[in-house]
Design a protein around this ligand. Structure first.
Ligand code: MLT
Length: 395
């Protein structure tokens, strides 16, 4: 018996697990201190009333023999029509149309971003922006794939563009980006779409933070011509509607997307029906209410609450004269560590002296070294208090 030795190429623990255990160890050693966590992007506002009513109604249905449900519908890979239709409506309002069979319901973007790799041979070369959400790198290390990096730096506005000399088969894009908050415009996305189509590559587009996009910037890669032929899009209700503990997301694989003469959507349906049993009816009905009229109105309020937190963090950094980006189209503020500290030194300094936990930038890639990420998903009170403490410490 041989284990998958590629796992040995990973860091010992997942970024957010490392941060979480450092927080827990510090809190256990200092039970009297109120440590504020602005690290993992976990939401703090409760679910919207429209979502809660839909979930209550679904629970009631599950309590009656006539309306009880077991496994979800096969034809849509376990997505109920009400949810699929609400997602189609959400896209249609931005001029993007899909058939029901192009939308797959999942338990969140993270799982699908990892599981999609089943469709691609190990020999493919992967291109990952640096810094970025660590799941893309870790899952490809586990599979033993060759990984190339596209540098995202202050010089390119943290939005790298394709380099014709780079021979990538699978390209990850995350826009708005986690952790930098940078958001591609149409021209930027079009450059990637054209590059992918020229090469026959596939773009894995993580749109988990699309709800935070403001103004005219694209929310979906399918707002760009040619994307249906080369891109798979991953979306989540976690950050949009506070579903981190509920679990529901969706992945779009357009019919036009074919490689090796095969529709990737068919492979994905085959994969999902073999390895996945869908998302609970109750969660799906809650999710279907997110893009209803009432749901959208209520969720907009929650998004503004988090945006205000991001503004509070930004104003604190402005007063301190510290470089940062993000916070505008994203719930994350990406700041330069002060006084030339590296990311983990600043993490420890902040934890010990301000009792505030953030995420060290180097955990997102080598270009993240010397940076630090703060989330705006905390409560308003904790965000204000954390900012007050950071400002007192760094002034
Ligand atoms: C983050 O903090 O980057 C995210 O919350 C992690 C995740 O969504 O898995």
């Amino acid at each position: 018996m041989e284990i998958n030795r590629h796992f040995l190429g990973l860091k010992e623990s997942y970024l957010f697990a490392t941060v979480g255990s450092k927080f827990s160890a510090y809190q256990a050693a200092h039970p009297d201190k109120k440590v504020i966590k602005l690290s993992i992007g976990d939401v703090t506002l409760p679910l919207a009333p429209a979502v809660i009513s839909a979930m209550h109604a679904a629970v009631d249905e599950m309590s009656r023999r006539e309306t009880f449900r077991g496994y979800g519908p096969d034809a849509t890979c376990y997505g109920y029509p009400a949810l699929i239709d609400s997602i189609r409506g959400h896209y249609a309002r931005r001029g993007v149309t899909f058939e029901a069979g192009e939308i797959f319901i999942s338990d969140g973007a993270k799982s699908d971003l990892a599981n999609i790799l089943d469709l691609f041979a190990r020999e493919n070369t992967v291109l990952v922006p640096d810094p970025v959400y660590p799941v893309y790198v870790d899952t490809n290390v586990m599979a033993g794939r060759k990984i190339l990096y596209a540098d995202a730096t202050a010089e390119n506005g943290f939005l790298p563009l394709p380099d014709e000399g780079t021979e990538a088969d699978l390209i990850y894009l995350c826009s708005p980006n986690n952790p930098t908050g940078a958001c591609y415009d149409r021209a930027g996305l079009k450059a990637w779409v054209d590059y992918a189509n020229r090469r026959g590559a596939v773009i894995l587009f993580d749109a988990a933070y699309e709800a935070f996009v403001q103004g005219e910037l694209p929310h979906s890669i399918y707002e760009v011509e040619g994307a249906r032929e080369c891109a798979i899009e991953f979306c989540s209700y976690s950050k949009t509607a506070g579903f981190t503990g509920v679990r529901c997301g969706y992945t779009v694989v357009p019919k036009e997307l074919k490689r090796g003469g095969v529709q990737l959507g068919k492979l994905w349906a085959r994969r999902q029906s073999t390895k996945f049993n869908g998302v609970s009816y109750i969660s799906q009905m809650g999710a279907a209410a997110v893009f209803s009229e009432a749901g959208e109105r209520e969720i907009a309020k929650n998004l503004s609450y988090y945006r205000e937190n991001a503004a509070v963090i930004g104003q604190m950094l402005d007063r301190l004269g510290i470089f940062y980006t993000g916070g505008k189209h994203s719930p994350y503020v990406w700041m330069k560590c002060p006084k030339g500290m590296d990311s983990w030194t600043f993490f420890d300094y902040l934890l010990e002296n301000a009792n505030v936990v953030g995420t060290p930038g180097c955990g997102f890639g080598k270009n993240g070294e010397g940076f630090f990420r703060l989330t705006a998903f905390g409560t308003k009170e904790n965000t204000l208090e954390a900012c007050r403490r950071i400002e007192d410490l760094l002034r």
